[in-house]
Design a protein around this ligand. Structure first.
Ligand code: AMP
Length: 437
């Protein structure tokens, strides 16, 4: 079986690595891939951009690709799945219409409201109908979001009304390009975030292992928002009860409603949820693909054959499917380039990759490229070091052992990935030591 993975990031390296382990798979193409995917056994990079759909289609036809898995959102929103399907090619990902769940925040908020799926209260505006008075009537903080795709950067949390009005105006003036022509302003939700990712076959939802990522750049969840500085799986905040609520109140009604609205969803479906102190989930966002960096720790735990699960989803057979997981926890620590998340410096030589490759765990590449014999930085998030362990604490130790082997000029990373889960583990151990009364 030949598989094509579309994308160049850490998620795609993890997908390629995971798929290449399947005994059914003879060859994995990654378009365009990175320096990590280039070195994986049975994997080969193909120099085609993820949004060049005609070239991807031609390549997949000419090479008789049996299964295509789309990593990033942009080609999905552009309709790659529709075009592959029309050409008789099997492509795992939602149609252009279903991918609007990620492509337009106002579409999603209206969809959630229409179907009574829990989410923050909101209003949408364009420059023409913007109403600063509405903003002044809301409690603060407020969250201002560009409607369209903005590489995970179009969300601003505003402490005051003035800040929210300024953020809205900056968006209308083009701060995020056309993505900010329409905006969503919403209530700030308190709680703990989790990523709930599932495979969907149009009707049925197969939940994957839970995870939590760390969006802020700096330790203690400080600094600017990023694409994600690390993630771990499982996420203890998603207790069995919270898991059931997310399935019943969010995932199943969403998939049912899309099917009813003639946009059946097939692909990875990612709900970013805020879980309140009393365990009630509210949807922050949907992504129409696997998360990055959640994919890396989640797939490090997957024992099932991902290609079989994708085939089952494409054939509408997920009803009885299950996934076999490594019971250990996984922690992924992102190593980012100098300047990230603003103007990123490229071309710094990365040292220590060979040493790290001999350690336990796995280093997934993201923004890397080969220059002669060296591997150099080639994007904002450069690597993700994943460790496994009986507890999140142990997995974290293994991940940071890998991190310590690697360096380059200006390398940035957080030292506290998994801190909430580690604190929970500490509290649980403490309560076990207390004599019961
Ligand atoms: P989004 O792309 O909509 O998920 O937003 C990016 C990040 O901004 C989320 O992961 C949250 O950390 C934060 N965020 C978004 N919306 C809200 C909200 N309504 N309340 C609190 N935090 C939010």
């Amino acid at each position: 079986m030949k598989v094509l993975i579309i994308g160049a990031g850490g998620r795609e390296h993890a997908l390629a690595w995971c798929v290449a382990r399947s005994p059914r798979v003879t060859e994995v193409f990654v378009a365009p891939g990175n320096a990590g995917t280039a070195c994986e056994p049975r994997c080969r990079n193909v120099d085609i951009a993820p949004d060049d759909i005609p070239s991807l289609l031609r390549f997949a036809s000419e090479h008789a690709v049996d299964l295509t898995i789309v990593g990033p959102e942009a080609p999905l929103v552009l309709g790659i799945t529709d075009e592959f399907s029309a050409a008789g090619l099997r492509c795992f990902g939602p149609s252009r219409e279903a991918a609007q769940l990620e492509g337009s925040k106002s579409y999603t908020k209206d969809f959630l409201a229409r179907h009574g799926i829990p989410t923050a209260a909101y209003a949408t505006f364009t420059r023409q109908d913007f109403d600063p008075e509405w903003i002044r009537r809301q409690p603060t903080p407020l969250v201002v979001k560009a409607d369209g795709l903005a590489s995970g950067k179009g969300v601003l949390i505003c402490a005051s009304h003035a800040e929210a009005i300024e953020a809205a105006q900056a968006m209308f003036e083009g701060r995020f390009g056309p993505a900010g022509e329409r905006i969503v302003v919403e209530e700030f939700l308190q709680g703990e975030e989790a990523s709930f990712i599932a495979m969907v076959d149009g009707q049925h939802v197969l939940p994957l292992a839970t995870s939590q990522d760390h969006k802020r750049l700096l330790d203690g969840d400080a600094g600017p928002n990023t694409g994600g500085m690390g993630a771990y799986s499982p996420a203890p905040v998603v207790s069995p009860q919270v898991h059931e609520r997310i399935m019943q109140q969010v995932m199943l009604p969403t998939v049912r409603a899309l099917a009813d609205e003639n946009a059946p969803y097939v692909g990875f479906l990612y709900a970013g949820v805020m879980i309140s102190a009393d365990g009630q989930p509210k949807v922050l966002e949907f992504n129409c693909r696997f998360g990055d960096p959640e994919t890396q720790p989640i797939l490090a735990r997957m024992r099932s054959d991902l290609t079989e699960l994708c085939d089952a989803a494409l054939d509408g057979r997920l009803a009885g499917a299950s996934v076999d997981w490594d019971p250990r926890a996984a922690v992924g620590v992102v190593l980012a380039a100098a300047g990230y998340p603003d103007s990123v410096r490229k071309g710094d030589v990365i040292h220590g990759l060979e040493d790290a490759a001999t350690g336990d765990g796995k280093v997934f590449h993201a923004g890397t490229a080969r220059r002669g014999d060296a591997v150099v930085t080639n994007g904002g998030r450069v690597l993700c070091a994943v460790g496994l362990g009986e507890t999140v604490g142990e997995a974290r130790r293994q991940a940071y052992a890998l991190v310590n082997a690697i360096c380059w000029d200006g390398m940035q990373f957080r030292r506290d990935i998994g801190h909430r889960a580690v604190a929970r583990e500490g509290a649980a151990a403490q309560s076990q030591r207390q004599p019961s009364t």
